[in-house]
Design a protein around this ligand. Structure first.
Ligand SMILES: [Zn+2]
Ligand SMILES: [Zn+2]
Length: 275
């Protein structure tokens, strides 16, 4: 399998996502990737990886990623992960350093969930706890924007122009631009407002039919298409929904056909299936 490229709302995404096989999504504009998958070649150039959890289809590429950056004389990669994963991952990387007989440079950090980590300009990211079988995060990229304070929203253009000469009518707000869910039950979206307000939302959708019912998806910490359909209203503020992590048991045609036939029209129109 190789990486697929999509452009959504002028944003370039380069990725791969197949449930239980490999998931990694590179955002070249932000110089970061969500998850490492099995470390595709293009990932090595990317300085920052936001790791959602330790399952091997998302994280097995980490030692290779770290090692390849050293080999190519690139600065040590920076990896953010759920706090519980920091110590075991550090141990794995230490053992691999021992195997390679080479001191690998890298920065590994368990996230603090209240921190906005700066990226560049007005952009930052924050981790959000997700709901999976192991410790897991989703991540939201934010853009800080100036907005008219709510109490002045009734003013006309000329009134604003006049009043802003003497008063501060504006405030800075963090606007969610992209969210990546990693593997999670649907509660990740339902219980986090910023996830549902993200312009682009990457949401896992591992199962799509009765043969693998909702209960089974939930038991394994995954989201089922039926739950997304049932909660379609929750995604009304999302401008673009990208479904990822489909089980490899479904063919591309089967997935596209099922989405077209079963999703409500409004939601279907703004959905891309990462297949
Ligand atoms: Zn997975
Ligand atoms: Zn998983």
């Amino acid at each position: 399998m190789s990486l697929r490229e999509y452009t959504i709302r002028n944003q370039r995404f380069l990725g791969i996502s197949s449930g239980g096989v490999e998931t990694s999504m590179i955002l070249p504009t932000f110089h970061l990737a969500f998850d490492a998958g099995r470390c595709q070649n293009q990932l090595v150039e990317i300085p920052t990886v936001l790791l959602t959890h330790g399952h091997l289809d998302h994280a097995s590429g980490i030692p290779y990623y770290v090692s390849q950056r050293c080999l190519r004389h690139l600065p040590g990669g920076t990896i953010y992960c759920p706090p519980e994963l920091e110590d075991p991952l550090r141990r794995i990387l230490r053992i691999w350093s021992e195997i390679e007989d080479y001191q690998m440079e890298f920065s590994l950090q368990g996230v603090d969930y209240s921190t906005f980590y700066p990226l560049f300009g007005n952009f930052s990211f924050r981790a959000v706890r997700s709901v999976h079988r192991v410790a897991s995060n989703g991540y939201t990229i934010y853009e800080r924007v100036r907005k008219l304070r709510k109490e002045y929203s009734h003013l006309t253009g000329p009134q604003i122009a006049e009043m802003k000469k003497t008063m501060n009518l504006f405030e800075d707000v963090q606007s969610p631009v992209v969210t990546f869910s990693g593997d999670t039950q649907i509660e990740f979206a339902l219980e986090n407002e910023d996830v549902r307000r993200s312009k682009i939302l990457f949401l896992e959708c591992t199962y799509i039919d009765e043969a693998r019912p909702v209960e089974r998806a939930r038991k394994w910490g995954h989201t089922h298409l039926f739950e997304i359909i049932e909660n379609a209203e929750a995604f009304k503020e999302v401008e673009h929904l990208v479904l990822i992590h489909f089980s490899p048991r479904y063919s591309k045609d089967r997935i596209l056909d099922t989405l077209r036939k079963q999703m409500p029209e409004d939601l279907y129109r703004k959905t891309t299936a990462f297949v």
